[in-house]
Design a protein around this ligand. Structure first.
Ligand SMILES: C[S@@+](CC[C@H](N)C(=O)[O-])C[C@H]1O[C@@H](n2cnc3c(N)ncnc32)[C@H](O)[C@@H]1O
Length: 282
């Protein structure tokens, strides 16, 4: 099997999330079955959103994260917030409700369909304090020292250049600013079969780092008071569907034992919530 290449990873991730954005749009126009809407809502409550929060985002906004960073970020009125990999804008709209009219939320995503959907959702509900910018989180289209808070939800694991993402995050934060990141990390090394597999990458597994390596990168970037504020088991069925497993089995001619190895690996996936600060005096 070949090593995954940085550009190839971005291309495939963008293509796949483009399709996801198109599916999300169908929720908005009522084209999808009630069942799929319920599934999306169900998933969101499972990963930590309240019914109230789910009701308070524009229709057509789908949470694709692995936790609820908003609940842990102690957001204050008037703050400026940047969301890395904002998708259809789920966390951005929740954050916008909290920062109020004097605050600002900037969502950044590299998938054009995600940005289009998010902008349309903002327009529909007349959100004036949220904007969505097309760009890569490794080269943020955001000025230096502007954000009080940077959030991200199940995105950095998809980046092939995680050090760059944290350096960019540090750059856009004001001195004393904070991060609240929700992401998938691993408690043990991935089976080789999964590590080299693009579908597994898109499912937020193959790009995930070991927890200790993830925390080390944040510390080495210069963040202080790095604290794990939450972690929970993230089942493999949220990352790789049975359909994908079947595809792996056929494509890679896997034995039942190898399939079992992949299923069991699911217990090593963790949804981590990390808080940290950019030093005040730099
Ligand atoms: C799993 S979804 C999460 C979306 C959103 N945070 C949420 O909770 O609903 C991942 C999102 O990250 C975006 N993404 C992945 N890699 C990215 C990168 N390198 N730069 C910018 N966006 C990226 C994808 O386009 C997709 O919208």
């Amino acid at each position: 099997m070949v090593e995954l290449d940085t550009q190839e990873i971005r291309k495939i991730v963008r293509e796949q999330y483009g399709k996801t954005a198109d599916r999300a749009k169908s929720y908005a126009c009522g084209c999808s079955s009630t069942n799929s809407i319920k599934t999306a809502q169900n998933y969101s409550t499972k990963i930590g959103y309240s019914e109230e929060e789910i009701k308070n985002v524009p229709q057509g906004t789908v949470g694709l994260g692995c936790g609820n960073p908003i609940a842990l970020a102690s957001i204050k009125e008037g703050e400026t917030i940047v969301d890395l990999g904002s998708g259809t804008g789920f966390d951005c709209f929740l954050a916008a409700n909290k920062v109020g009219k004097n605050g600002q939320v900037i969502g950044v995503d590299m998938t054009p369909q995600m940005i289009d959907t998010a902008r349309e959702n903002a327009r529909k509900e007349d959100y004036k304090n949220v904007e969505f910018r097309l760009g890569e989180i490794e080269n943020l289209p955001v000025a230096d020292n502007v954000a009080d808070l940077v959030i991200s939800n199940c995105v950095i694991n998809l980046s092939p250049e995680k050090e760059k993402v944290f350096k960019e995050t540090y750059r856009v934060l004001k001195p004393g600013g904070r991060i609240l990141i929700s992401d998938i990390v691993l408690m043990e090394e991935l089976p080789y079969l999964l590590k080299q597999n693009l579908e597994a990458y898109i499912g937020c597994v193959a790009g995930a780092l070991l927890r200790e390596d993830y925390i080390r990168i944040i510390q080495e970037t210069g963040f202080q008071n790095v604290e794990i504020v939450g972690e929970s088991y993230f089942p493999i069925k949220f990352m790789i569907s049975d359909h994908n497993l079947l595809e792996f089995k056929e494509k890679l001619d896997l034995t039942p034992e190898q399939i079992e190895e992949i299923r069991n690996f699911g217990e090593a996936g963790i949804s981590l919530k990390v808080k940290a600060y950019k030093p005040k005096d730099i």
